[in-house]
Design a protein around this ligand. Structure first.
Ligand code: LLP
Length: 411
């Protein structure tokens, strides 16, 4: 009976010692992903998308390698600063920024990606000194991904419509405290081909030429995140090298069209942390019914992706890795909803109560999208590193379920 090993650590032993569910992240995979980005996008600035995974230990590793951060709320800004990111390398994104969001961004001294003219005016009114910004533009590019994570289509809620972008920069120039310094776009997530990125980048350059004619000096062109990873056995693993060659070729080609020399920024989330992590679960019951159901102790409370997007994650019976698959199983969670399915119809070795099932590639949008639904406490997170391990987030307590609730007098 073989056990699954991650970064030199037997994850089944870890599950026995610490209890499950457990998010287990490999430091060496994380370092490798960062190294790849630094190697292939040498002269670009990489701003890690904090929303993918905002664990402080993980962010500390990322920030210490010189990456910046894309944040989407005042809370993410707070987390990013705690995670060691430098304010000069933080871009405050978001399509619905509250006054509180804006104040916190201004106080921290970060740059803004502005999503509407309303927001432009709000920042201008709140700011007392100059604030550098880019508009998030909506380039109307189809990224060929799940509709819920396609963001650069014209019907999406994000960004200034492409045809209105130039006018927006004209307005920015006339607005107090606002210094237009860049152009931002993000077309979607889990994109497996470089083509849509090239299309968006070409459009950004077309706009950049017109923006420069307004007298604006461009300091950066931020093409967002979205490079996909391999989730299923059949899927081809996207090669970062191929993406970088195509993107950098276009970038360098088109740079000659501009007077300024804007830095290229990318905002990867998934491709930095996605494949670093297993969600380790324990089997509470195996039930032969309409399907062979394997009920484990984590569901969409801890991993929302399959229920929300129908997304596919590989599944391994962690304490039987060398046994031959013999039956088809559907992995379900403990949540009181029919949709609480982590994986449909997978060929696995015979599964029994007490076995451990690992859900792979859960480092991005796993824990960060978790909830306490059904009174389920959020689980612990562990970092494994060359045979050693550290708890990097403790499991929540019952007191955390009560949290900040207050019972008014007389009840
Ligand atoms: N920049 C901006 C402005 C974004 O909105 C996002 C992701 C990123 C960068 C990072 O994209 P990435 O490199 O991770 O694809 N919860 C979904 C993904 C939502 C992505 C939201 N925005 C999922 O689990 O697939």
């Amino acid at each position: 009976m073989g056990n699954l090993v991650l970064d030199g650590v037997d994850v089944v032993e870890l599950g026995r010692e610490l209890g499950t569910p457990l998010y287990i992240t490999s430091r060496s995979r994380l370092e490798e992903n960062i190294r790849e980005y630094r190697k292939y996008f040498k002269n670009a600035d990489i701003y890690y998308a904090v929303k993918a995974n905002n664990n402080l230990a993980i962010m500390k590793i990322i920030s210490s390698r010189g990456l910046g951060a894309d944040v989407f709320s005042d809370g993410e800004l707070y987390l990013a600063l705690m995670g060691g990111f430098k304010r000069e390398k933080i871009l405050f994104n978001g399509n619905s920024k509250s006054t509180e969001d804006i104040v916190s961004g201004i106080e921290a001294g970060v740059r803004f990606s502005v999503d509407s003219i309303d927001e432009l005016h709000a920042i201008s009114e709140i700011a007392e000194e100059e604030v550098e910004m880019a508009f998030r533009i909506n380039p109307d590019v189809s990224p060929e991904t799940h509709p819920k994570i396609a963001t650069g289509l014209k019907e999406s809620k994000f960004g200034i419509p492409w045809e209105m972008a130039e006018r927006a920069y004209e307005k920015a120039l006339k607005t107090d405290h606002i210094v237009p310094a860049g152009i931002h776009c993000h077309i979607g997530s889990q994109i497996l081909s470089p083509d849509p990125f090239i299309e968006a980048l070409e459009k950004m350059f077309d706009l950049a030429i017109r923006v420069e004619k307004l007298g604006i000096e461009l300091d950066f062109l931020d093409m967002g995140g979205g490079i996909g990873i391999q989730y299923s056995e059949e899927e081809k693993a996207p090669e970062l090298k191929e993406f970088s060659e195509r993107i950098l070729d276009t970038y360098e080609d088109r740079l000659g069209d501009l007077k300024s020399e804007p830095n290229l920024i990318l905002e990867p989330g998934r491709s930095i942390v996605g494949n670093t992590t297993f969600l380790l679960t324990k089997v509470n019951a195996v039930k032969r019914a309409f399907r062979n159901f394997v009920a484990v102790d984590a569901g969409f409370n801890l991993l929302m992706r399959p229920a929300m997007y129908g997304s596919y994650h590989r599944v391994v019976v962690a304490n039987r890795v060398d046994e031959t698959p013999s039956e088809t199983y559907t992995i379900v969670g403990p949540i009181c909803e029919t949709g609480d399915v982590l994986a449909y119809d997978r060929m696995l070795p015979e599964v029994r109560r007490g076995d451990y099932v690992a859900i792979l590639d859960t480092g991005a949008y796993g824990f960060s999208m978790s909830s306490q639904y059904n009174g389920r406490r959020r689980c612990a997170e562990v970092l494994v590193d060359n045979g050693r391990w550290w708890i990097i987030r403790e499991r929540e307590s019952y007191a955390d379920l009560v949290g900040r609730q207050i019972i008014p007098p007389g009840i």
